[in-house]
Design a protein around this ligand. Structure first.
Ligand code: NAD
Length: 384
């Protein structure tokens, strides 16, 4: 049949920098990055969107940002730094998404300019999406300020917001221009965000890297108690594993149904929604990891010893491993189990759930046995 064939590749490349005190003048990490992208013929613009939870704990930050970015030749900083409340709530706030799009318009952020998001994973998901849909995609720089965003959400290619209560229903694959992980932000995290952010490292270690899991197991208590050098190592190794998977896994924009990095996430996303987002993402994933690890044990894939090691790590991080929403409501499916179909729709195509063949080795299945799932939930309840 007569047709015209079109094929092209688009090459993406970006760096994740690890630094401290990013906005102090001796630190030229960000300024050198921008300077190398200046154009002598016109000034590029910068728009900063800042997480209110960060600015509350770093009251001089806005001033430091203005001084630092205001000095970079070839760039013009927008008149205001936009501060928005942090946390999952902003991903449920569509009017806010359009306020950010309006700011991109108002400050003339074109496709040569940069939107800079500074904050936790929620803010970065929102800002990245606002950038991705404006002018069909303006460049964005991410400055993650939580453990979870530095080790996972901020270093990848996904952006998005929730819609009608469904996690990340509206979103775009849009890699950042660069990511700057600044350790100094981590010092002001509250204990809940510090601890729950580690769970994505537990996840990626379990599906990819047994020696990293052994290391996490050994350090779990000191990490939980605030060991910053250990946390820096955890973040680096976790970010590296996530980036390897995205870059070398062959499916960065997830066109297939396979989603190994979503280990523990099918129930987590539903739990977040059902608890009206009162559970932190990391807490919900902790429950999801426990559930799917016990399920892997019940399938005969994972030894009881290894299953208990995983549960102990999560408990040593003072994270939850069970929720009452996992329980079957009389003859009905539990509210969480009812979310399996939603997860399949989110993946598109076939239901694909990652489980553990062993610590460090994920494997996918396409059917869930509900009786086994409820048995797994009961075991989690007993072990919690
Ligand atoms: P978060 O962004 O919701 O932030 C939690 C709280 O910490 C907020 O109140 C925020 O204001 C505050 N905060 C942020 N930085 C702080 C700091 N340095 N000091 C003090 N307070 C600070 O939490 P999160 O765990 O970073 O992100 C969770 C989100 O990330 C979820 O929406 C999840 O779905 C998303 N996520 C996205 C991806 C992805 O690939 N895009 C991957 C994993 C998770």
């Amino acid at each position: 049949m007569e047709h015209i064939q079109q094929n092209f590749d688009v090459n993406y490349s970006y760096r994740v920098y690890f630094t401290t005190d990013l906005f102090t003048s001796p630190n030229n990490c960000l300024s050198a990055f921008l300077a190398s992208r200046a154009d002598q013929h016109f000034r590029k613009k910068l728009l900063v969107i800042l997480d209110g939870g960060v600015s509350a704990k770093h009251p001089h930050l806005s001033g430091q940002i203005s001084d630092y970015l205001g000095r970079i030749e070839g760039f013009q900083l927008a008149r205001e730094i936009i501060t928005v409340t942090g946390g999952e709530g902003i991903k449920n706030d569509l009017p806010l998404l359009f306020e950010l799009v309006d700011a991109i318009d108002k400050y003339g952020i074109d496709r040569h300019s940069y939107v800079i998001g500074i904050g936790g994973g929620s803010l970065l998901d929102l800002v990245g999406f606002a950038a991705a849909i404006s002018h069909r995609g303006v460049k964005h720089i991410r400055i993650p300020t939580t453990v979870l965003s530095q080790n996972d959400s901020g270093v990848g290619v996904k952006n998005g917001v929730n819609y009608k209560g469904k996690k990340n229903f509206l979103g775009a694959f849009a890699p950042p221009a660069a990511v700057f992980n600044d350790t100094s932000f981590l010092a002001t995290l509250d204990s809940r965000d510090w601890r729950s952010g580690m769970v994505e490292a537990v996840k990626v270690a379990l599906i990819r890297d047994a020696s990293f899991f052994n290391w996490i197991e050994e350090k779990a208590i000191s990490l939980t108690d605030g060991d910053m050098p250990a946390m820096q190592e955890l973040i680096y190794r976790c970010a590296e594993l996530h980036m390897q998977h995205i870059g070398q896994g062959g499916d960065p924009f997830e066109s297939g149904s396979s989603r190994p990095l979503d280990f523990g996430h099918w129930s987590a996303h539903k739990l977040e929604q059902l608890t009206n987002f009162t559970l932190r993402h990391g807490e919900a994933v902790s429950i999801g990891i426990a559930l799917d690890s016990v399920y892997s044990f019940l399938l005969g894939w994972l030894s009881e010893t290894d299953m208990k090691r995983i549960v102990t790590v999560l408990k040593n991080m003072q994270l939850p491993i069970w929720h009452s929403l996992l329980e079957r409501a009389e003859s009905e499916h539990s509210p969480v189990a009812a979310g399996l179909e939603e997860f399949r729709e989110h993946l598109g195509g076939r239901l694909t759930v990652s489980l553990l063949r062993a610590i460090g080795k994920g494997e996918e299945i396409h059917d869930i046995d509900y009786d086994l799932l409820y048995e797994a939930a009961d075991i989690c309840k007993k072990l919690q």
